[in-house]
Structure formats: structure tokens, C-alpha cells
Design a protein around this ligand. Sequence first.
Ligand code: ASP
Length: 854
Amino acid sequence: MEVRISIVVALVTLCVYVSGLPDVIRIGGLFHPADDKQEVAFRYAVEKINNDRTILPRSKLSAQIERMSPQDSFHASKKVCHLLRSGVAAIFGPQSAHTASHVQSICDTMEIPHLETRWDYRLRRESCLVNLYPHPTTLSKAYVDLVKAWAWKSFTIIYENNEGLVRLQELLKAHGPYEFPITVRQLGEGSDYRPLLKQIKNSAESHIVLDCSTERIYDVLKQAQQIGMMSDYHSYLITSLDLHGVDLEEFKYGGTNITAFRLVDPEGPDVKRIVRDWSLGDGRRKTDSNLDNNTFVKAETALMYDAVHLFAKALHDLDTSQQIDIKPLSCDALDTWPHGYSLINYMKIVEMRGLTGVIKFDHQGFRSDFALDIIDLSREGLKKIGTWNSTEGVNFTRTYGEAYTQIVEIIQNKTFVVSTILSSPYCMRKDSSEKLTGNAQFEGYAVDLIHEISRILGFNYTIKLAPDGRYGSLNRETKEWDGMMKELLDQKADLAVADLTITYDREQAVDFTMPFMNLGISILYRKPIKQPPNLFSFLSPLSLDVWIYMATAYLGVSVLLFILARFSPYEWDNPHPCNSEPDVLENQFTLLNSLWFTIGSLMQQGSDIAPKAVSTRMVAGMWWFFTLIMISSYTANLAAFLTVERMDSPIESAEDLAKQTKIKYGALKDGSTAAFFRDSNFSTYQRMWSFMESARPTVFTMSNVEGVDRVVKGKGSYAFLMESTSIEYVIERNCELTQVGGMLDSKGYGIAMPPTSPFRTAISGAILKLQEEGKLHILKTRWWKEKRGGGSCRDDTTKASSTANELGLANVGGVFVVLMGGMGVACVIAVCEFVWKSRKVAVEERVSSILHDT
Ligand code: ASP
């Protein structure tokens, strides 16, 4: 039994020994003279594998190098054949597309593994090819993901050659037909890119995707800087994976966003070691290459290093399963290497970590699952700000705090150009006997606001008035903005601080901070004229109808009382109580008495007449109830009518304005107020807009001041549609004017800045801080109610309210008139009564004297 086991063990040992690799495994490397780093990486990888006995314990790799010109495919084929004749197990390179395809077809024929490390859009799936370069389509998707993550709406692609367009085809495809147009420009042949860059600058594009060879990146960026395309508002996405090899020192402080992907992390321990080895390299390597000063590893160089390791790993795995021999092959004979396919298959299923991350291939043999670092240029150089991988897409690792700190650092070294216009009380010229210069010339809410923000964030600023003095409106034909908006878009100003309303159109073109003031459109009109109190204002508490009804009720009740008293037997009294059987009975409710009784109770005075029958008492009771309610209602209403001043205003709201044509109304030309009416879907505002547009002379004004002047001079014939905050300012100082009606909309003023400005968050934060600290409120009070004549109309209102309780003769004069009228009528009646009685007496007496005489 023991003997048998020993035989089996001996056989197995023999087998393992027999299936070993040759002692020396030759591998061929094809390089172009310019690719010295590739060659160094190749040699270095071979050296590393030979020194590390764990990968190929019994064999050594031997690098067979052939150099050739990148265009010379004839020599390339010759050199491959030469390598094959010497018996190689794989061929690495070359990098040029011209020569690579020839090498590839020879390798395919001879079934020799061919390892490539170059970007190849042709996506060939040849059986003998293993390309370690990330799958082009997947790489292209990474750019799409990044552009989407940034939400770039429009951008310009600058490409160098057709390959660049292929590289970015996913980006071109992802851009929908209804989105903003994207521009594609080709970098010219020469070395002067300024004309092209100037055209891009003039198109006001600030997002640029740059696809050119790593060697040209510096020149393009430098020339962009020279023509002013490296501002805080420009962003560059560079498609090269080797941006960390470009000297970006000059661009670090410009604030421009320069972003790229990288495949090799220079901070990785392996990469660091390699860089150290190369920079301290032995004499041979120093003479072989110019890497001494280079401390970065190009993606393709790292891929070459990984390729050799991948090959060695696959060979190691294959070694355990079969006996491998490597024989020289001749290009002239139809000879193949029997282990070629197996080795390639092993390479495609191997999973390993290299300098370029995890190396694995999909079922088609492409490296489509890979990860990239997103790097961004900051003051400290290129910094990793996130990662991208084919499954999860973009993942930014830079925290909000880090990004914010970086921006604040940039801000602190900046002098912002602040565009504004003269508009009270936001920015006004200071009254001074001395000649003022610079920022000292101006004062106002906006000036104080920017001063407070600059104190929080620590930047300097220069105030500059917009040359045309306009807020900013879009000319729909030329598609050009004017005013402060133009200043921002032309990057002549960094901020626009004024009473600039945040509108949809403007927000599409520039960036706004959060609003620092809220407002709405309202109507500025002259104050209603005070009506002199009505002499008969005591009649006002009841309407004319009620007065007429009351008079009718009075007469009706009196007559009814008279009639019922006639009917009722209990109202008939004995006039001579001593005579129990009188001939005549008397009724106190004559018509006149009935009228007297009812008027007496209506006036709350009563009379000596009292009803006795139930029916008449019923009438009296009900009448008293009626008078009780009527008098109380009258008294309650009277106070209000006597004290309230009657104001006569022809308009109370925008609807009133819309309904009439006598009073003209207008707004600031090309401002957000006019735009509100122009774009409104509400029928009243549409009507108002067509009225304003068709009015001649024009009802639009060039400034708010002009609008206010027109209202004052118009004396009620002109109303100005203005923003509530400005109205508030005007009516604090001009007591003839007032705000009519409420607000028609609700919006805010914000600080505007060029599109994609990195400072928006920081400045919004500062505004929020000022708001929470109550500073904005203090500023508002200062400029609205205190400075420059603020509060002058408040005295009038307080005076008016304190004297409101006293009633003048004008208010109650009517009562005196009625009293005097009543007295007069009484006198007239008295005279009439006297005359009537005397005539009656005279007639009677004449009759009696005649009788007497006869
Ligand atoms: N503040 C306004 C603007 O930004 C001016 C207005 O239309 O009343 O255009």
C-alpha cells in the first residue's frame, strides 16, 4: 500500500515538473521612438516580475524590444516577423494606429497574444487581441455623466481630430434635439488657437469640452487665458486622462474650473514607488529615457506596466494546467502557436489589481468595467473631487464644506466689479462739496448691502454704473441683453447689485442669489382729494330709501292709530266726568294727535297722549319697538359717518384702471414691471398692456423718477405701475402721492452674476446671514424712513389721526340748519295761526255786532 502511494506521489511530482514553463520566456515590445516611457514601463514591469519570484517562480521574462516609426507599417510587419522568429510568447504595442493593425493581423494569423494599451475606437474583437485601454464607448459615457451631473445646458466642444469626435460621440448623442444648441469646433492645424477661442468667447460660451492631445492642452489653455477665457465663470472638461502631466501652475489662481478624469492615481502606493524608482533609476534607464524629471505616470504607460503583469499572471495560471513550450515562428510558413488561444482566454478571465485599478474584461473581451477619478484644478493643484465608475456613474466626494471653503478662499483675493444704476434709494450720488471718486461717490441701500456682504466674505469691490443706465432686457430680435445684464454677460462686471428683479428670462441668462427684498407691482397715484364734509351728513347713516320708508311708516302708523282709535269703543271718553250720561263722547286720537303721538315716540320724547284700547296700545308698542331699533342703528352709524373723512378716488385697484381710459397709466420701459403685463395671461392685465402699448404719447418712462414726475404733474391724469418698495420710498417723501390697491404679483430683488458663477452660494449665504441678523431690516429702515427726507409724510398722517375725533361745524352744521329751519317754520305757522284766528274772531265779532246793531 505504502509503495503504491509513493509511486503516485512521484508521478504527480514528475507531472508538475514536466508541465513547467521554459526558463526564459521572450516577450516582444514594439515601440515608437517617441514612446520612450512605454518602453521603460515595459522593461520595468519585466524586471519587477523577474525579481518577484511569486508570479513566475521558475521562469524569467526577457524583453525583446523593437523600435520603429509610427507611420511605417512595412517595417512594423518586418519587425513583428523578426520577433516571432526569435520565439516570443506575446507582443506588446505599438501605440500608433497605422502600425498596430498590421501587427494585429500577423498576431492573429500566428495565434500569438497581442496586448495593446491604446484608445482604439474600432472595437475589434479579434481573437488574439487584449486591449487594456478602457472601452471607448464606456469612457465616452463618463463624459456624458459628468456633463449631466453638472447640468450643463449648453457647451462647446473643441476637438483636434476625427478621433476626438468619435471619443465624444456619446456626448453628442446624449444631447437632445430640444435642448440648448451645442457647438462643435475643430482646433486648427497651426499653433495659434486665438481666433477660434475668440469666436467662442464672443458666443458667450463658458462651458468647454476640450479634446486634444495632452501636449497641446497647455498651449490651448494658455491662449485661452491670454484672450480672457480663463475667468471664474469658465469651466473646462478635458478629455485627456493625463491632465496631471500638464503644467497647470499658471491657471491655479484664475478660479477657472478645469476638470478631467484620470485612470492612474499618483497617490497610490504602487504608483509612488514606481515614480520613485524611475526618478532614482539606474544609469541605464537614465540614458534610455528622459523620465528623470518626470514624476507622473501617463495612463498608457501604466497600462503597459499592467499589461505585462496581466500577461505574467495569465501565464502563471496557464502553467498549472498544461505544458507550454515557446517555439520560433516564421511569417512565411503558416505556423501557429498552439498555446496562444489558451493564454488569451486566461488573460480575459483573470481579475487583478494594477496601477490602473481593477483589470477585468467583459464577455466580449473589452475593459468596460473600470473606475476613474474626477480631478479638478484648485489652488493646491489638481485635486480629486470624486469618482466615476461604469455602474454607479459620477460620485462627488468633495464635501459641500470643502467646496465652499475653496470658493471663499478665491473670493478673498478678488476685487469684484459691481455693476449698478442710479435708482433711489438703492444707489444715489453722495451730496458733497468735495470731489468724490471711486466707491465713495455712491450711497444707498445697494451700496450698503454690497459693503456688508464684502465684510462677511472679505472681498474688495469697485462700483461701476451700467453705461446705459438700464436694468436689463432682452431684445427679442437681436437676442441681446442691455443694461446691467449685458455687463454681466460680457463679463465686464462680476455682480449686479440694484433693484434688479429676479425674472424667468433673466434667470435663464445669468445667475441670481436668493432675494434680499420681496415686493410686488402696485400703482402709484396722487392722493385722493379730501371732500368737504357734507352739511347734511347726519342723514348719511341711513340711505335715502330708508328715510323714505321711515316717513311712509310714520304716516301709515299715525293714520292707522287714528282709524283704530275711532273704531275702538275704549278710546271714546266722557268729556264731563260729572255727567254720567253725556250726549257726546270724545276721542283723544284726532289725526293731529295721532301724528304728534308717533313723532313724539320716534324722537324718543313721548307725549301726554296715551292709548287705552288694546288695539291702539298694540300699534303704539310696535311703533316704539320700531323706533328703538331704528334709532339705535342710526346712532351707531352716525359716529362713523361724521368722523371719517370722505376721500374721492377715481381708482381703487388695477381693475378700476383697466375699466377706464381717462386716466393714463404706464410703467418703466423694458423693466420687469412692463414685462409682467406683456407676458401675463390674465385678461385684465392683457387689456392694460394693450392700452399702454397703444397710448400716444407713450406712457412708458425711461426711469422710475420720470414716472413719479409724471404722476405728480399729471394731477390725477396719470398713474404709474411701479414696484411696491419703490412706491413706499416715494410716498414717504412725496405726500401728494399714494399707493393704490394691493400688489399684483410677488417677486424679489436678487444680486445677479454671470452664468455658472461659483460665488453664488457664498453670496446667497451672506445675504441669508444679513437677513437673520436683522441687518437687511436696519438698512431698509435707514434708507426708506430716515435718510434723504424719509418720514416727512408721517407727520401729516399722525396729525390727521389725532384730530380725527373732533367734529367741526362742517360736520354737524346740518343739524343747526334743521333746527333753524324748524324754528322758522314754527314762526311762520304761528303767524298763520294768529292771522287765521284773528280773522275768525273778527268775522265772528262782526257777525255778533251786526246782530247787536239790528
Ligand atoms: N426692478 C425692475 C427691473 O428689474 C424695474 C421695473 O420694471 O419696475 O426691471
